[in-house]
Each structure stands twice: as C-alpha cells, then as structure tokens.
Design a binder for this molecule. Structure first.
Ligand code: SAM
Length: 300
C-alpha cells in the first residue's frame, strides 16, 4: 500500500512533508530551477520548482485569489497590472477577472516553466496567456523593473520563495521594493512565505516593506497542499485592504469581478486579516531588514 514514489518537501531543516506521487508528467532542469510536474495522490496535478510545491490543482485558487483580490479591490478601477513571476498563469487568470483591467503584463524569468504551464496547466491559466489584454515578457523581474519607463496601477509579486542564491532572492530586498514603488501608482502585494514554517522570513519581509510604504498589511491563509499557513504582504501609500469592510468587499466583488470566486469574499477577508496574537507580536517586534547585502532566505 505504501509503495509509492514520494515527493519529500523540506519545510525546515528539521521537518518535511511527504506527498505520494502517482505519476510524473514532465521533468526538466532549466537554467534557473528544477521543474517537475506530477500527479499527487491527494492533491492531483502539481507544479514543483526546486523541490517546493508551487501550487496544486486542488487548492491553487486559495493562494491565487488571496494574492490578487484584496489589493486590486482596494484600488479604484485598476487598469494596468504588472505580475512578476506567476509561472502557472493563475495569477494572470485572476487579474483578468477584474472588469476594469485593460492590460495585464506578466514578467517571468523562465521560458521553460511557461511552456510547462501552457502545455500542462490549462486548468490554472484557463487561456489567460491568449487573452488579448495579456502580455508575457520573459525577463528577470528585477531587471524589468529597473529598465521599464512604464508605470502600473498595481504590481503583484508571485515569485518562488527566497531560497538562498535562487533567481528570486534579491526580489525580497528593500532596494527592490524601492524600485517597485517607483513604478506602482497604487500599491503592491507579494507572497511572503509561510508563517508556519518560517515566521522569521515572513516577519522580515513584512518589516522590510514597512520601511518603504506607509500602509502595510499582512494577510494569512491556510493552504492544505503547503501543509501550513501562507502569508502575503499588501503595501501602498494610499490604500489598505484592511480598511475595506466586509460588506464593501462583497459589493466590490459583485460589481467588479467577472467569473466568480471560490475562496475570497467579505467573510474570508475578515479571517485573512485577523492575525493571531502571537504572530502579530512577532510582526510588530521585528526589526531586521532584508537588503541586497544581507538578503532574507527561507530556512529550507
Ligand atoms: N506560488 C508560488 C510559490 O509557492 O512560491 C510562486 C508561483 S510561480 C510558479 C513562481 C515563478 O517565479 C516561477 O515561474 C519562476 O520562474 C518565477 N521567478 C523566479 N525568479 C524570478 C525573477 N527573478 N524574475 C521573474 N520571475 C521569476
């Protein structure tokens, strides 16, 4: 019964979660990362990069809705949105649900992961790459931000975790957030790793962003396939998702989103931003900052 192949995912140097694999769909070593597409016995199809599950078909909607909608719904009529990373195309899919969005630009460093997504992750992108409002750019997000002359209503940062020396590590630094602020009119959001497995990483990312933006909020969700809580940081000088009440979230979803949501609504909004006391205390006390000289990294 237990003669499976296993995906062993290290969350800290002291613990892992094992997922039984029923099928390996594709595998490739790209110039940037090791990409693996599998079927997991419990969660179905899953994209794994450098040994870390990025998302699974069963619960990807939790992560992607939580990343995209609190920020976009706190902004007046977002029209032009930039996504950094976002390989699967599911962040792009969620952005395109906003009726006001006219241009969604996605910048991912890895063309092989994008090809994987286009070929095998139809359930994630649901045709988003072919939408006339979408533009895909293959580039390093940091380089793109430095060189672009454009500005964007919102910047959504959907990168791999800051693994030491990985292509995304420098995109969790104060210097990077300062560059992003320059090109974002209303605000930004980033995935910020797991408060369950690396509360330290989460709180350092939160505190780093606090040095750059005036209004900064942390949100958390539970993602079953990640086997823990997942954190996001929303930041702006103008708006704050936390200041939008439950009824207003529901009104805005009704008015502004096409295609429906499965996870995020007024009720979920309250739970996402109701951070338990012990986590709040860590966030409030954090005084370390991630910089290019001393960038934050996940423990495993
Ligand atoms: N849900 C996610 C997780 O669990 O970490 C992130 C999803 S998404 C697949 C992450 C994407 O970030 C990948 O497609 C990867 O190629 C991209 N990426 C990593 N470093 C990058 C960089 N410097 N610039 C642009 N994209 C980058």
């Amino acid at each position: 019964m237990y003669e499976w192949h296993w995906h062993i995912e290290w969350q800290t140097p002291y613990e892992f979660h094992g997922h039984a694999i029923t099928k390996v769909i594709a595998e490739e070593k790209t110039p940037y990362q090791r990409a693996l597409l599998v079927e997991l016995a419990r969660f179905g199809k899953a994209l794994i990069l450098d040994g870390k599950i990025q998302s699974t078909i069963t619960d990807e909607f939790i992560y992607h809705e939580a990343l995209v909608h609190p920020l976009l719904l706190s902004i007046n009529n977002p029209e032009k949105v930039l996504i950094l990373g976002g390989g699967e195309g599911a962040t792009l899919r969620e952005v395109l649900k906003h009726k006001t969005v006219k241009n969604a630009i996605m910048v991912d460093i890895d063309p092989i992961v994008i090809d994987f997504a286009k070929k095998y992750l139809q359930e994630w992108h649901q045709g988003a790459f072919d939408n006339p409002k979408s533009k895909l750019v293959i580039d390093d997000g940091y380089k793109f931000i430095r060189e672009t002359k454009e500005t964007f209503d919102a910047v959504l940062i959907d990168l791999t975790d800051p693994i030491k020396d990985s292509p995304s590590q420098m995109l969790y630094t104060k210097e990077f957030y300062e560059e992003v602020k320059r090109i974002s009119r209303w605000g930004i959001v980033t995935q910020a790793t797991s408060p369950s497995f690396s509360l330290e990483t989460f709180s350092i990312i939160y505190n780093t962003i606090k040095q750059v933006f005036k209004k900064v909020s942390a949100g958390i969700v539970y993602v079953p396939a990640f086997d823990g809580l997942w954190g996001f940081v929303y930041a702006s000088d103008i708006v704050n998702p936390v200041e939008v009440n439950k009824e207003e979230v529901n009104n805005r979803i009704k008015e502004r989103i096409e295609g429906g949501l499965r996870f995020y609504d007024g009720e979920t909004h309250i739970t996402m931003f109701s951070i338990p006391k012990h986590i709040r205390e860590v966030l409030e006390k954090e005084n370390r900052i991630s910089t290019r000289e001393n960038p934050v990294a996940v423990p495993a």
